[in-house]
Design a protein around this ligand. Sequence first.
Ligand SMILES: [Zn+2]
Length: 857
Amino acid sequence: MKAPVSSAAGMPPPAAPSQYNPNVQQNGAHPQRYPPPAAPASYGQPLQSQYNNMAPAAPPPAQQLTNQMSTMNLGSYASGPMQSPPPQTNSVAQQPFQPAPPPAMGQPMMPLGPQSPHMSPHMSAPQSPQANMPMAGPPMAGPPMAGPQMAGPPMAGPPMGGPPMSGMGRPFPGPLPPGPGGFQQPGPGPAGPTGYPQQAGQFGGHMAGPQPGMMGPQPGMVGPQPGMMGLQPGMVGPQPGMMGPQPGMPGAFPGSAGGLAGPPQKKLDPDSIPSTTQVIEDDQAKRGGQVYNTNIRGQVPRWSPLSSPYRTKVSHSNASPRFIRCTTYSLPCTADLAKQCQVPLAAIIKPFASVPKNETPLYVVNHGETGPIRCNRCKAYMCPYMQFIDGGRRFQCGFCNCVNEVPAFYFQHLDHMGRRVDFYERPELSLGSYEFSATLDYCRNNKVQNPPAYLFMIDVSYNNVKSGLVKLICDELKTLLDNLPCEDGSETSAIKVGFVTYNKVLHFYNVKSALAQPQMMVVSDTAEMFVPLLDGFLVNYQESRSVIYNLLDQIPDMFADSNESETVFVPVIQAGVEAFKAAECSGKLFIFHSSMPTAEAPGKLKNRDDKKLVNTDKEKTLFQPQKGVYEQLSKECVAQGCCVDLFLFPSQYVDVATMADVPSHTGGSVYKYNNFQVETDGEHFLTDLRKDVQKSIGFDAIMRVRTSTGFRATEFFGAIHMNNTTDIEMAAVDCDKALTVEFKHDDTLSEETGALMQCALLYTTINGQRRLRIHNLSLNCSLQLSELYKSCETDSLINFFAKSACRAILNQPLKNVREILVNQTAHMLSCYRKTAPPPLLPARSEPDRPWEEMCSI
Ligand SMILES: [Zn+2]
């Protein structure tokens, strides 16, 4: 470690040296980051590993597929909407948990400026041109993937009756011409005209391809089924004919003789395709404000994907779909069934999802020094799935069946139903989601945690100054910092703030409230980054407001004449980690950066853009981050609870794959504004920044998903870090971050007991309290795949496929990934046809969204 180049008189000596704290070791291995490999997948295998390392799977035998398709009817599933009649809105509780009677609960340095004596000689002036314009900028979490593929017309429900088809697994051929072929049945089918309208490209065209009559001979089934699922591209909402009985179809299933020709097919009329927006709006108008009751095991929030943000949900024994959604709410009992249907078994967990103001916030349960009550064996937390026995003296764990003693302080008698008489007084016994106050055992180093800090790190190289960005940021921070998130009830935020500016050197600012002027300290040795001051670096905004104002006023002027264009990047993040380490807190870095870090320093990057690689097998290398120092840095950040949000303002190529690596492993976000110009893009950026700074968030989080016996979580997707196979580490988790967890069978599941999952998130609040947030969910299990199909949720499926595809593109060519998606979807749908028997298809009053939507992917 080196001494600061210049140090303000009276400044504490450079803080602790070690740039890489040994602490970090705890992160050791860092196994599966972009978990590659797994078994090559092929059809007939469970989806789970499909993306890992695989070559396009072989297509299923044509005949088989054909037959499967033939039984894929659509129509309707059981009855109407799942939601229960609007129970009264839960107005029950206000924290803390109020006992409520069953009915109620149940439902419902140096002075700045040149004159500064301490001003470092190292401060150089910026230079180098580059301009800027916003572009996209979505946070990294949950990125879209292969856009167009998802939008195409469905590939399922083609006319049956053609000759066998093959080629499902062919290489992605690209859009195919519309017209005959494809889904039509040239074959025998009496069905008249061509099959379903062809759509070029997407799944339709894709499937269509050269194989006429791809769906193969359909014994028994015949012509096109109007209204058959999947035939309408883009179909989402109610489709006339879609759910009703199939003309000509009914008794024909399966395999009844041909001759059931459907009505003639027509060319697709684009005007008849329902508008997704319209369907959503109609759904909101119809159901908005209804209360969603989560008291039923395996209940599918199938209507809510469209309008969930507008609904009130009552959390009751199961977590609200705001927090957890599953790809299906009825798991197949056996691994064989799961393999057969190929529907991924996964949960999308958004542990910090925002709860609207008109809903009850999560209750916080405090058992004092005892801490939360847990199962002795599997460590699951007390929840509605624990069965009290032996007069209330013991409880049996719903997850591992272990029988545990009830601590004396927690004892309560049981009523005639075997339920504790304080059932409705304790959130952990009656609700799906709640929090526990954590004891010191759950704190880092067994010490009370400090409130987190927000560190603003502004690139003051030539470009950013020239474009006016630096001034824009400084002006905005003056008001934005008044709105830092605070715990309900408190007027001011406990979050500390700090400021750094940098180009190829870093400038730290002392903004202690006692100072008349802020002081700057410059560190030019970026090889071993350290923070040159402790006291006065991270401060309370309210207390230091005038000094901070002064600083924010001065920064744009200080660098106005700088012509320094080179920047560093890794040292900036290291400085943040070191600052949090020294202050013994977690926190978030807001980095406003413009260019490739080409200055001589750790993490220096080169332009590795190569357009020649696009559409080749090596294209994936463009998406792969550079490892080495960046990978190590991610681990250090997670170990310290340092989340990184990156705002990029490039005017030319930047290696986003590498620079976004740290944010995408620390629960951070990346925003990118190409060729940024204050006049045109300023408001866009400020809107993003305000939202990002103010959102609710938890720090230094570690999460585990426990399941009842028979299945377990095996794969995890999200802006996370995994040090072992079970603990999900996130430097921070905010209200927009979701994590996708995939499950696999260990054993046979029971229809009777169903399947349970519990997501426990240990985190530090913005006040520095350590808490455990618990979300519980119970699912059905069935030996009938028809039950699974009824309980599928399309949005969750798409989320799963998108995330797994995003991961897959790092390891294999895009064309393979597209192909896998298409094949996967084809197989799910064909299996659906094969296994959903006609009796499941009575007329219904409303569309069965899961699979109908599925077909519109
Ligand atoms: Zn247990």
